[in-house]
Design a protein around this ligand. Sequence first.
Ligand SMILES: Cc1cc2nc3c(=O)[nH]c(=O)nc-3n(C[C@H](O)[C@H](O)[C@H](O)COP(=O)(O)O)c2cc1C
Length: 166
Amino acid sequence: MEAIFKRRSVRKFQDKPISEEQIKQIVKAAMAAPSAGGARHWHFVVLKDKNLKATIAKRYPNIAPLATAPAGILICADTKLEVYPGFWPLDCAAATQNALLAATELGLGSVWCAVYPDQQKMNGIKDLLGLPESVQPFSIIPLGYPAEHVEPEDRFDPERIHYDKW
Ligand SMILES: Cc1cc2nc3c(=O)[nH]c(=O)nc-3n(C[C@H](O)[C@H](O)[C@H](O)COP(=O)(O)O)c2cc1C
């Protein structure tokens, strides 16, 4: 509950590396997510190369936070392994949220940067990272020690809750 309510999008990062262990923990949390039919068809591309991160950040303004992040993770799905066709983006979304929460718990900043559903962006990322044909990119999560503090927000709204009937 602490990580859920503390998590905010962080888009500026300190020039300080994060460890392999931290990356592993975050990927492990992502892999613990639910998936339709238990397909678990996700793959994770860890982005560490400075030039590659800068290229992605420059080409796609919505992924600009990757420029200052010491690492990033591309979450993607191998659609060949789908159990229920069409569910892969939902599975990747669940994995993305788990990764964001794990990063928060580890004291790291993170932000969900969309690749899916922009087909042009998906093709561009696919080419850049050499993803196989059946693998679809979903989100990129820049990761690092925060260089900005984003205050938690109480977003609870009882008016959005309906009991038994709208
Ligand atoms: C599906 C989805 C796509 C998003 N895409 C981007 C994005 O491409 N770039 C970005 O900087 N933030 C992106 N965000 C982060 C949202 O802007 C952010 O979650 C929202 O403004 C609420 O702020 P918070 O994350 O601090 O609670 C995305 C969030 C979601 C759930």
